[in-house]
Design a protein around this ligand. Structure first.
Ligand code: UD1
Length: 427
């Protein structure tokens, strides 16, 4: 298994190209199941999770064609004239929870879906009950057997309905939205998630011929159509990757230009970073951000994770690494997932002073972190350890690099090009 070795203390300086968003790319790929014509995605990142989704789609009969380009030049064309298989097996779903996103499209187009329940996950229980209730609201008959969800549409297909989510769910909204595009009549999705990845999915579906109103709001109105056509669509920049590299600039006291991204995608994160003493300047025309912290210590700040446009849970671990070396105390409250503080003991092993009380963590800033061998159990926790390593004295060794491969495209290379002493090696 690979490890990442980091010798900290170098202020980063340079340019990083931000990749397309993993969390937008995954539902967009699932949307290819909705049409008999090709869906071509550009700016799709080259990541383990994207490869897992490609394997799952292939197992359902989708022809997946990728070129080897990078950034905006990367291309993936998915074509499925006929869906040949409607089961998403446990072996594929257990690798990646987002596999459950094939449920809505399969049900809407093929009338049947059998999807393995994703099972436990490192950051909490993460059930899919709201996805299933939404499908039932569109007329699907759902049974659970042997760890699988078996969903069947009525003979005449799904019927529009009113879906009211009791709380915001990103994946649930995505499944409901995709299924509704081919359901007969009108579907209203209330308390829909408003994450940029949902907006991206909605725009792509519209490009495929779907009729959707209220994009970007918490009420989505969909008029079902009998079929969708092909389209070409560019995946939105990854706001979590953008935020993570902004923290990299801040934690090292360096200056990074982040290209191919936008400030409006990370507004809540930018606001918190600004309060900490980080400068962020957008060049809208060039599509880039300058992030720097060239003078002064970082300041502590309180944050609470919330659905978009609030502070994203996917940036919580990275901010905790930053606040570990800020002046004063900070309180971080995690309101989306239970058990999403697995990075805390590892950061403490690097000298951070953090106490967890229920859903909140009190971080008392220290002068300097020190290197240690560390490992994390999820994607964002892993990147927080890399960020901590960038500022720690001596050499930090981060194990279980496969978590990073799921969500950060060429992370060591991107950081090394900006001066970081970071390498990847086999154990
Ligand atoms: C997505 C993102 C993930 C991000 C999360 C929150 C992808 C592939 N993943 O995950 O990176 O951390 O949004 O922004 O885009 N819940 C239920 N029942 C359900 C569905 C969800 O109780 O049927 C709960 C979850 O346990 C959690 C909360 O709702 O506590 C939010 O989950 P959700 O927004 O659905 O997250 P994901 O779509 O899984």
């Amino acid at each position: 298994m690979d490890q990442i070795l980091i010798r900290g203390g170098v202020p980063l300086d340079g340019t990083i190209q931000i990749s397309g968003a993993k969390n937008a790319g995954l539902p967009l790929m699932a949307a290819s199941l909705l049409s008999a014509e090709s869906l071509t995605l550009t700016n799709l990142p080259d990541l383990a999770d994207i490869a897992s989704m490609a394997s799952l789609l292939e197992s359902l009969g989708v022809d997946v064609h990728r070129n080897g380009g990078e950034g905006p030049l990367s291309m993936c064309r998915m074509t499925v004239p006929t869906i040949t298989e409607t089961t998403a097996p446990y072996e594929l779903v257990r690798k990646m929870r987002a596999s459950v996103l094939v449920l809505g499209p399969l049900l809407a187009r093929a009338g049947h879906a059998r999807v393995s329940l994703p099972g436990g996950c490192a950051i909490g229980t993460r059930p899919v009950d709201l996805h299933l209730k939404a499908m039932q609201q569109l007329g699907a008959d759902i049974t659970l057997e042997e760890g699988y969800v078996d969903a069947r549409a009525p003979d005449c297909g799904l019927k529009g309905g009113h879906i009211v989510f009791p709380f915001v769910t990103v994946g649930g909204t995505e499944n409901a939205l995709m299924a509704a595009t081919l359901a007969e009549g009108e579907t209203v999705i209330s308390n829909a998630a408003r994450e940029p990845e949902i907006t991206d999915l909605a725009h792509c579906l519209v490009a495929m011929g779907a009729q959707i109103e209220g994009i970007g709001t918490d009420t989505l109105k969909v008029q079902g159509v009998s079929s969708l056509h092909g389209a070409e669509y560019a995946v939105v920049p990854d706001r979590i990757e953008t935020g993570s590299y902004a923290v990299a600039a801040a934690i090292t006291g360096g200056e990074l230009k982040l290209t191919g991204t936008r400030l409006d995608l990370i507004e809540s994160v930018a606001e918190v970073l600004t309060q900490c003493g980080v400068d962020i300047v957008e060049d809208r025309e060039a599509g880039s951000l300058m992030v720097s912290r060239t003078n002064g210590r970082l300041r502590g700040v309180d944050i609470m994770t919330e659905p978009y446009p609030g502070f994203p849970t996917d940036m919580q671990a990275q901010l905790m690494a930053l606040l570990s070396v800020a002046d004063g105390a900070s309180m971080i409250t995690e309101s989306i997932f239970e058990n999403r503080f697995m990075h805390v003991p590892e950061l403490c092993r690097m000298g951070a002073n953090i106490n967890v009380h229920g859903a909140s963590a009190i971080v008392r800033g220290v002068e300097q972190l020190s290197a240690a061998p560390v490992m994390a159990t999820d994607l964002r926790a892993s990147v927080s350890l890399v960020l901590a390593g960038l500022t720690a004295s001596d050499e930090t060794v981060v194990s279980r690099v496969y978590h990073l491969d799921r969500g950060y495209e060429r992370l060591p290379e991107k950081l090394a090009a900006c001066g970081a002493h970071i390498t990847r090696a086999s154990e």
